[in-house]
Write a protein that binds this ligand. Structure first.
Ligand SMILES: Nc1nc2c(ncn2[C@@H]2O[C@H](COP(=O)(O)OP(=O)(O)OP(=O)(O)O)[C@@H](O)[C@H]2O)c(=O)[nH]1
Ligand SMILES: C[S@@+](CC[C@H](N)C(=O)[O-])C[C@H]1O[C@@H](n2cnc3c(N)ncnc32)[C@H](O)[C@@H]1O
Ligand code: SF4
Ligand code: SF4
Length: 329
């Protein structure tokens, strides 16, 4: 069994985008009250007193859109300053990144993963539900700013939606000729938008690889990461291609992570809504950290059982009550 040392920390459940596959426009979402978000100090206390003593040393900040947190730079700075932190990364849609790239880098963030589902501004706007105002250019500027500041690796996440952006796969893959970027194609998961799942489902990564292989060839590649991507490279390209194939190839055997929601619930598996632990309520009373560590340890012990018993249920019967943005995708 792999070591579980990677915590994905959701900082906020809100977002300035409404991606079709995640929180589609019109979907009724119950947002958390701000007073229920874990504060920077509470996050640091949980890391110091609970997670680091249990062996966690890799952290990813996500959401919702984590750059909407006004204290994002301070949170990065505080986690980066913990001597035990081995890896600190962020997932973002890059809309607010142009101004934040440098401060985040200076605060100690070294890795960044950015959602980018299309190179075509109209298509992009329709996927992210732009509400009448184009978001493409500001997002692209954010990506370029991250590149210029020196984030390396810089990963671009593409959720492939059949009939929508699958025609752009070769264009997106071709970005890796010019730039040392890591373009990752993600199979759409049935979380967040039932309509999309029922209509068009997902495209297996191997089909995408086949298209790329036929056009340019495809070798295996390497890139730093803690996640489930299989990495390849077009011969002669500067960057790499990653494939995240949670639907066609189960990667739960190698699962190394847990998730902490913005309101402080610890979730042992993305696709499982049982056995969650409410850390915030305990933290806000008079916390007994030894007891909290025991409770988290228990979740670590039963995690393999949760993974395998519940994953199939999650992908076929549609029992999720929270979207990726609410869980911390
Ligand atoms: N099924 C499943 N999918 C996941 C999990 N974590 C990430 N993913 C998928 O992988 C995509 C990319 O995740 P990122 O936030 O970029 O993180 P990562 O790939 O784990 O990060 P790296 O450390 O850079 O490899 C997500 O959008 C999900 O679709 C997980 O625990 N389970
Ligand atoms: C929930 S977002 C949060 C961070 C940030 N807002 C962003 O978009 O990168 C994290 C990741 O979840 C992915 N995601 C959301 N819904 C998904 C779904 N139904 N299937 C697969 N990936 C999904 C997004 O593409 C993104 O890469
Ligand atoms: S994928 Fe990220 S950017 Fe898109 S709606 Fe979800 S949280 Fe927002
Ligand atoms: S579905 Fe659950 S067990 Fe599988 S990789 Fe994701 S978090 Fe881990």
């Amino acid at each position: 069994m792999p070591v579980i040392d990677y915590l994905r920390i959701s900082l906020i459940d809100r977002c300035n985008f409404r991606c079709q596959y995640c929180m589609p426009s019109g979907a009724e979402l119950d947002y958390l009250l701000e007073e229920n978000f874990l504060t920077k100090d509470e996050i640091i206390t949980l890391l110091k007193e609970v997670f680091i003593p249990l062996g966690f040393n890799k952290f990813r900040l996500t959401g919702g859109e984590p750059l909407l947190r006004p204290d994002i730079v301070e949170i990065v700075e505080a986690i980066a300053a913990l001597p035990e932190t081995e890896d600190l990364a962020l997932s973002t849609n890059a809309f607010l990144l142009e101004k934040l790239a440098q401060p985040l880098y200076d605060a100690g963030l070294k890795r960044i993963n950015i959602s980018l589902d299309s190179l075509n501004p109209e298509q992009f706007d329709s996927i992210i539900g732009n509400n009448g105002r184009s978001r493409w250019q500001q997002t692209w500027n954010g990506i370029l700013a991250a590149h210029e500041v020196g984030f390396d690796p810089l990963k671009l996440n593409v959720v492939v939606i059949p009939g929508v952006n699958d025609t752009e796969i070769l264009d997106l893959a071709a970005l890796t000729f010019e730039k040392n970027w890591h373009v990752r194609f993600i199979e759409f998961m049935p979380i967040g938008n039932w309509e999309l799942e029922r209509d068009r489902a997902w495209i297996p990564s191997e089909e995408i690889r086949q298209d790329i292989r036929q056009r340019w060839g495809l070798d295996s590649g390497t890139v730093t990461g803690n996640g489930p991507a299989d990495v390849f490279q077009i011969p002669g390209a500067k960057g790499t291609l990653g494939f995240i194939s949670q639907m066609s190839e189960c990667f739960c055997d190698n699962c190394n992570r847990m998730r902490l929601s913005a309101d402080g619930w610890l979730r042992p598996c993305l696709l499982n809504e049982q056995e969650q632990l409410d850390l915030k309520s305990q933290l806000r009373k008079s916390p007994n950290f030894a007891q909290l560590r025991d409770q988290v340890n228990y979740l670590l012990d039963i995690k393999p059982e949760i993974n395998f018993k519940e994953r199939d249920k999650g992908t076929t019967t549609g029992t999720y009550t929270r979207t990726m943005s609410q869980i911390g995708g």
